[in-house]
Every structure is written in C-alpha cells, then in structure tokens.
Write a protein that binds this ligand. Structure first.
Ligand code: BTN
Length: 271
C-alpha cells in the first residue's frame, strides 16, 4: 500500500517508547479492529476506568463504523491510516468543543509537519488539508461522566498510506494521504507520536493555553482568514469572508449583506 507495500503495524510499545508526555498518551491501546475509536473510548473506557482514563489514547488499525462530522462516515482501509481517539476527562466546566477542535487541529498539523515533509494547512472547522485536498479530520464528542465531570473523545483520522483508488468514489480528487503528498516513506508510528506530543503540549499546559494564543497558533497554520466561503447553518446558506476564528465564539463571517454572524463549528457545514 505504501512504497514497497509493507505496512508496519502500530504497537503500544513503539508508540509509548520514550514518548515523554505528561497527560496525552498516559496509556496507549492499539486495537486490530473496532467499530469506532470514539465509541470505544466513550462507551467502554469511561465505564471501566472513569476519570482515570484521562489522557488515554486508543488507536485502531481498522474501524467498521468510523464516524465523521455531521453523521458522515470515515473510511480507511485496514492499516492505511492513523485512526485514534484521545480521551479527556475534564473537571466541572463543560469543555468548549470549538476550542478542543482548534487545539487538535493545531496539534495534528504541527505533528505532521514535524514528522514528515508535508506542511498541512487547517481548514475551518475541523479539516487538515495538503495540496488542496483533505488529509485528516477531527471529531470531538462530549458526554457526561458523572454529575460534575465530562468525558471528551477527540477522534482523529489521518490518511497515511492510501492511494487514489483507496478512497470512496465521492472523495476521489478531494482526499489525499501523506504518502501521496510526500517524497519520503511514511512512518505511521513517528507521525502518531509527534501528534500525541503536540496534543500534550496544548492539553497539559498549566495554566491552560489562552484562547488568544490558541487562536494565533491556529491562524498561523490556516489560510482561512479573509477567505470567501459559503456556510450552511440552521437550514440557511450564508456567503461572506471569514473575519475571525475564535476558540469560544467559533467563526465570525463578514456577510455579503454587510452584517456579521458567528457560526458554531458543530452546527455548520462548509461547502
Ligand atoms: C471528519 O472529518 O468529519 C472527522 C473525521 C474523524 C475520523 C476519526 S477516525 C478516529 C475517530 N473515530 C471515529 O469514528 N472518528 C474519528
């Protein structure tokens, strides 16, 4: 599937070896197959481990029911991608999904850049692109753990070894992989470790990385500011230029009508 057709399997031991993170990847589980790493983390780990599962990372070589945003599916041939979920069991404040998606996007883009020859860009709300095509996506799901704690599954899917024929017909020409974008062989373990480290930088910082610093890191990796976009929310379509993106407020669109409007990433589709 990659150059030489040898797919090196992920192992927890290699992912953890000298990882050196404080929170993210405290435990790493690698499953040969699961319906969805997000579902496994929320349904199984939080039940078995509760808040002790904070920072655990679940990887799968194959998902039978991989999920994307807005009810879509996430397809990846066995062993071709990085499919993983980091579980965060936060304190009493319900985490802002927009902030988590922005942090994850910065970490995924930075981790890929540090471990490959690819320089990805972030496309609001949750996409990582390379060469103008989708390389990775992020799905954040939040559930109550107890009356005062929340479990958040931050699911990340990165296309690593796919070639054009591996993508479903509707994605051909619109999706890409690290192997397609890179002049050197892709080491999935190295990419995964780099992303876990970058996630840990953002999620074990004390005090928390400020919203302004996170927004600045996000903007440094995105070409979105000022871009002309069409968004759909609440059954209506809006066209304008992206004026700002913020971890709490979401996306601020300068509409063609002259008005400004905020968009919540979890309720917005971008064309
Ligand atoms: C999107 O672009 O719509 C988000 C895709 C997120 C896919 C990942 S793969 C690992 C985790 N488990 C899932 O079922 N989905 C996420």
């Amino acid at each position: 599937m990659n150059r030489g057709d040898i797919c090196h399997r992920l192992t927890a031991a290699e992912l953890l070896d000298g990882l050196g993170t404080r929170r993210v990847g405290r435990q790493v589980i690698v499953l040969p197959e699961v319906n969805s790493t997000n579902s496994y983390a929320l349904d199984r780990l939080t039940v078995e481990q509760g808040a002790a599962a904070d920072g655990w990372a679940v990887f799968a070589e194959h998902q039978t029911g991989g999920r994307g945003r807005l009810g879509r599916s996430w397809h990846s041939p066995r062993g071709a991608g990085l499919l993983f979920t980091v579980l965060l069991c936060a304190g009493p404040d319900r985490p802002a999904p927009a902030r988590l998606v922005m942090a994850a996007a910065v970490a995924v883009a930075t981790g890929i850049e540090r471990s490959t020859l690819v320089t990805p860009v972030i496309r609001w709300p949750n996409d990582i692109h390379a060469g103008g095509k989708k390389l990775a996506g992020i799905l954040v799901e939040v559930r109550p753990l107890t009356e005062s704690r929340w479990a958040t599954a931050v699911g990340i899917g990165v296309n690593c070894l796919q070639h054009e024929g591996h993508f479903p017909p509707e994605l051909r020409g619109r999706a890409t992989s690290l192997d397609l974008e890179s002049a050197q062989p892709v080491d999935r373990t190295a990419v995964a470790r780099a992303m876990l480290r970058e996630l840990d930088v953002l999620w074990s910082a004390e005090p928390d990385v400020s919203d302004d610093d996170l927004a600045a890191a996000w903007k440094a990796r995105s070409a979105d500011l000022g871009a002309r976009v069409t968004l759909t929310a609440e059954g209506r379509t809006f066209t304008g230029r992206i004026a700002d993106v913020h971890p709490q407020a979401g996306l601020l669109l300068q509409l063609d009508t002259g008005a400004r409007r905020e968009f919540d990433p979890s309720k917005t589709t971008r064309r």
